[in-house]
Design a protein around this ligand. Sequence first.
Ligand code: NAD
Length: 300
Amino acid sequence: MKVAVTGGAGFIGSHLADALVSEGHEVYVIDNLVTGKQENVNEKAIFMKRDIHHDLSNELEGMDCVFHLAANPDVKSSATDPMGCFEENVSGTLMLLESCRKADVKRIVFASTSTVYGEAKVFPTPESHPCAPISNYGASKLAGEAFVSSYCATYGMKGTSMRFANIYGERSTHGVMYDFYHKLMHDSKRMEILGDGRQEKSYLHVSDCVSGIMAAWKKQDAQYDVFNVGSHEKVLVSEIAALMCRILGLTPELNYTGTPRGWAGDSRLMLLDCAKLKALGWKAGLGFENGVRRYIQGLK
Ligand SMILES: NC(=O)c1ccc[n+]([C@@H]2O[C@H](COP(=O)([O-])OP(=O)(O)OC[C@H]3O[C@@H](n4cnc5c(N)ncnc54)[C@H](O)[C@@H]3O)[C@@H](O)[C@H]2O)c1
């Protein structure tokens, strides 16, 4: 098949492009390299340095599917720059959908997030749980989902919104493990941890996230559907710090900033119910400790 991956020079998008290439698909990577790196792009993929805000209907002509991962994934900056978050994640998604409509693309898979739930009341949280984001980032992704849904109904596309847990792994340039690793490399004697360390969430290695995206792409029946992608384990931030220090052979003094949330819009608890995706035959293959070891090896 002929497929495009927006954000395919970034962390998750580049792994998705690798998986698609390895299955023999003709893969086009669309990325403006604002945070992505060209060296991440699979050498068998065709790279197009483009911005999703522009009309990409010519570039998308003949695509069997567009995987839309380009975004600003930073929850923290969405608090200080809500308009920038809107421009990138809502306007950008709408512009991309317009390009898809003009190019008559009939299949779209959208990278959404667990933060659409906000402070969930049920754990593990199923897709049917009400969405009440507590971050501008979560709100922007929920708006993106809404447009994917409306474009599917209005223009006869088939669409999927994938609500990712915290994804980690090689090529990641943000997130708690990336942050801890770089702090520890800078100063191995002490490390500041944002929050009280009691935030408890689910983390998934990027290889399992990619297999989840592929499962939904291939096996979804409905014209539009939503799938959680996460692990069944939840881990405390303090446990991540302890595990990383153990793997790196370091014993730093850990200083917590002490607030219940690490930053504005940080959810304290997150654990997704992934039964719907599992019913399509998906399951996470890599446990947390093995995944973290692999990531640290990559960071080294
Ligand atoms: N990493 C996670 O834990 C996580 C969790 C939930 C959802 N997501 C979502 O998954 C997707 C991928 O996230 P990631 O962690 O790989 O982030 P990333 O920053 O590594 O990748 C995003 C890519 O999009 C590109 N990009 C940004 N704006 C663009 C634009 N206007 N036009 C073209 N390209 C543009 C960047 O250059 C980058 O390569 C995002 O949509 C993100 O919101 C990520």
